[in-house]
Design a protein around this ligand. Sequence first.
Ligand SMILES: NC(=O)c1ccc[n+]([C@@H]2O[C@H](COP(=O)([O-])OP(=O)(O)OC[C@H]3O[C@@H](n4cnc5c(N)ncnc54)[C@H](OP(=O)(O)O)[C@@H]3O)[C@@H](O)[C@H]2O)c1
Length: 206
Amino acid sequence: MIGSTLAKLWVDAGHEVRLASRHPETLKPLIERLGRPASAGAPVDAATFGEVIMLTVPLKAIPDLAPDLAPLLAGKIVLDTANAYEQRDGAAAREASAHPQGSAGWAAARFPRSRWVKAFNTVYFKTLENEAHRKEERLGIPLASDDPDALETAAGLVRDAGFDPVIVGSLARGKEFEPDTSPYNTGMSGQQLRTFFGQSVGRSAR
Ligand SMILES: NC(=O)c1ccc[n+]([C@@H]2O[C@H](COP(=O)([O-])OP(=O)(O)OC[C@H]3O[C@@H](n4cnc5c(N)ncnc54)[C@H](OP(=O)(O)O)[C@@H]3O)[C@@H](O)[C@H]2O)c1
């Protein structure tokens, strides 16, 4: 849902995108729709191909993927969209929610050499699809990371996808936009998010 939605927005913005699946052949119709800048592969192919990786799987799948992917993602920027839902993710959700750096910190601990950014977790995928590049105040995407350069790269990709990046702060501050917080799935614009996080408003959305 999130992966294919953002893949389209980034292809439209001129990026090359490799989508991953444990069954890459199932992505053929999607790749045909997206056109030439898109390709499909196994998760290790995408991890090797990408300069920036978006990890967008149910949270409980992350520990299973880490042994294969963590070495390939060393030094790379990872955009982590995951949310911890106890109903879906069980014990992993409880553990991730209790982590001092929130669920993104819990995931990042499994990829110690990656440059981890919490991103795109607050917005329903249909909203991303329908509200990208809107004319009025752009929809806001909060970002958190301990790596300032990774945050800038992530912010650029948020803009390319048609949204307004709002850099909230360190990875631990990702807890401030997890499920059940005010910014979560409430459709706040970038300006509204900046006000919510106590940042100065009036900065350009681009
Ligand atoms: N859906 C939303 O609107 C939304 C919004 C914000 C954040 N999120 C969060 O973003 C993450 C992805 O959500 P989504 O709704 O986009 O997910 P999804 O479409 O349900 O799943 C994404 C992919 O995860 C892979 N996957 C599933 N179980 C796996 C496992 N055990 N091991 C390895 N890969 C597995 C599947 O790939 P293959 O089966 O093809 O290998 C699937 O295509 C979640 O943590 C979710 O909470 C979702």
